[in-house]
Design a protein around this ligand. Structure first.
Ligand code: ARG
Length: 606
């Protein structure tokens, strides 16, 4: 595809680092890595901070430099000729302040407009990654924690995909384990004709799970049969396999409803998939003398933990750890992934760290945690209700995700209708238009609220907050986007035509566009911020933190407001492009039609 052929230049930071590296190479015989970072506007745009470090390394050696400042001077003077740099100055102990040239910034933006934003994709050192996210458990509830993992995992996958990493999006569903004995046995008992009955037989799978669990706890005969059922299932007996498949299928349908609504792609490779490989993997551990006996169980001892990692239970069965260890082996050896990322609640951290350590012991992973192949556990904080406790709905103890999505949509639809009625515009709208706009706003609001917080912190779920049109919310950003579309409309550009010419990530805007000139300070500030997009994505990828991207996008919107009030609209096209690209990454739907965009702006939601 074209995106692969695009000449990628890397971020501004990467481009500047290359220039600084050249300067350093000829000055200092020992290899020195360039240290370049964006800096406060009063100093310049970027800063090279190598001088002090080099000074301390040179201490005691005979050199031409009398202090760090003179090293800074030399680095600045030795920078290769480049149209990127307008001027440099050296401050205090050798900080080299770099001011970028306006001409280069505008040229850079223009390039992006013509060649697509892929040009700005950061250059990462990984080619293939696994993102293991969502991963609910069959027949148990899919709760807000899973929603959070779904949203954040999807965004991480998008960020990496944008950076040209091949991502295997994996749904590691809990579809194996002892609970199936109980479920199957209950199915046989309650619905003797289960094979002929449709899904209706089971009805609400969560209620079914609860009822079977109750029976399991109360009735010793049933319990014994359930335990036998597990054995029969695991030995592959047809009738039991079939029942298991049926139960999984019903669960899957429920999960898919949520994925469809959020438009999230996932490939299911559940726990059961790895089952056939477990024995072989454990044999490898045995051969390497890494498995011990402990209280009847087979375990791997891990440094720094009081308890060992149990890989075979006392009863001979496998567990979550045996599956995950095997799954890791599969991802590394069979799928050849270089970076494997797991997105779950932070409560599972110990589990992940323990089997990661086991994989280091056996040599599947390098000793250094930063070296590749690499594993990362992306821990998520809890979702809290307004009472500060784990989020629950009034009626039941669990929150049904579909209901949550419904409510977000209903609330945003109601708000939209209210505004349209106030402005006498309601008759212009079809139901379908209302529906799709309500979905864009409602689902976008839920996603953005989840993404904008640091993922490790607990966050309080509040419809009022996330659907507010002021402050750092999806609604505010969607309105910023709507407003720009409306300017384009008014400036007699046909937005449909622009859209037709566009593909998902890149708006190939044809020559109709004016040349970008950065005259006004606000214009320059916006231009600089735009071209920093690449390094923000890079940072977000490196630390697996989507909130960095949200913050950037919010600042971009605010800067646009500043620019919009004080300048002509030269940069509008690039802004629109950026916001489109970001929305793709964060996966907030901005697919509103022209009419809804206009109506939103006309109704005063600007
Ligand atoms: N099913 C687990 C849960 O609901 C999450 C699985 C995460 N992935 C993994 N490879 N362990 O908590």
């Amino acid at each position: 595809t074209t995106s692969r052929n695009i000449k990628r230049v890397g971020s501004v930071k990467q481009q500047l680092s290359r220039l600084v590296k050249e300067s350093l190479e000829s000055l200092f015989p020992d290899e020195v890595q360039p240290i370049v970072a964006a800096c406060q506007a009063k100093f310049g745009d970027y800063q090279c901070n190598n001088a002090m470090v080099i000074w301390s390394q040179l201490k005691g050696k005979a050199t031409q430099f009398k202090n760090p400042n003179s090293i800074g001077q030399a680095i600045a003077k030795n920078l290769p000729e480049s149209e990127m740099i307008e001027s440099t100055s050296v401050a205090g102990p050798g900080f080299v302040n770099i001011e970028l040239s306006n001409k280069w910034i505008s040229k850079h933006i223009q390039n992006m407009l013509v060649n697509g934003i892929e040009q700005w994709a950061p250059i990462l050192s990984v080619r293939r990654a696994v993102v293991d996210f969502s991963s609910p458990n069959i027949a148990k509830e899919m709760h807000v924690g899973h929603l959070r993992s779904t949203i954040i995992g999807d965004t991480l996958a998008r960020m990496l995909e944008f950076s040209n990493v091949e991502v295997l999006r994996r749904n590691h569903v809990g579809d194996w384990g002892t609970q199936f004995g109980m479920l199957i046995e209950y199915l046989f008992e309650q619905f003797p004709n289960w094979e002929d009955a449709g899904d209706q037989a089971i009805g609400d799978l969560q209620a079914f799970y609860k009822a079977s669990k109750k029976k399991f706890d109360d009735d010793p005969d049933f319990k014994a049969r359930a335990q036998q059922a597990v054995v029969k299932l695991q030995s592959g007996e047809g009738k039991y396999r079939h029942a298991w498949q049926k139960i999984c299928e019903i669960s899957r349908k429920e999960f898919d409803l949520v994925y469809q609504r959020l438009n999230v792609q996932l490939e299911e490779k559940g726990e059961s998939f790895y089952n056939p490989y477990i024995r072989g993997v454990l044999e490898e551990f045995e051969r390497n003398n890494l498995i011990k006996e402990s209280e009847g169980a087979r375990v791997v001892e891990i440094d720094g933990y009081d308890i060992p990692l149990i890989v075979v239970k006392k009863d001979g069965g496998y567990n979550y750890a045996s599956t995950d260890l095997t799954c890791l082996w599969y991802r590394l050896k069979e799928e050849k992934a270089e970076w494997i990322i797991y997105v779950t609640d932070v409560g599972q951290q110990q589990h992940f760290h323990m089997f990661f350590s086991a994989a280091r012991l056996i040599g599947w992973l390098p000793a250094s945690k930063d070296a590749y192949p690499k594993v990362s556990h992306v821990g998520l904080g809890l979702v809290l209700g307004s009472d500060g406790k784990r989020f629950r709905t009034r009626s039941s103890e669990v929150v049904r995700l579909v209901e949550l999505l419904d409510e977000a949509k209903d609330r945003s639809r109601a708000e939209l209708i209210k505004r349209l009625e106030d402005n006498g515009k309601i008759t212009d709208w079809t139901d379908a238009e209302l529906e799709s706009t309500a979905e864009a706003v409602g689902y976008g609001a839920i996603k953005y609220a989840d993404l904008k917080n640091n993922r490790l912190t607990n966050y309080t779920f509040s419809f009022d907050q996330m659907l507010n049109d002021k402050g750092n919310t999806a609604v505010y950003l969607l309105y910023a986007h709507a407003r720009i579309c409306s300017i384009i409309n008014k400036s007699s550009k046909d937005i449909e035509e622009l859209k037709k010419a566009s593909t998902c990530m890149s708006w190939k805007i044809n020559t109709g566009i004016g040349k970008i000139v950065l005259d006004h300070v606000d214009e320059r500030a916006l231009g600089l911020h735009l071209i920093q997009f690449a390094e923000i994505v890079e940072e977000a990828c490196a630390n697996l933190l989507p909130n960095v991207l949200c913050e950037y996008l919010y600042n971009l919107s605010e800067m646009f407001t500043g620019f919009y009030t004080s300048c002509q609209v030269h940069l509008m096209f690039s802004f629109l492009d950026m916001i489109q690209a970001h929305s793709q990454l964060l996966h907030i739907s901005v697919q509103m039609n022209v009419k809804s965009v206009n109506a939103m702006v006309d109704t005063g939601v600007t």
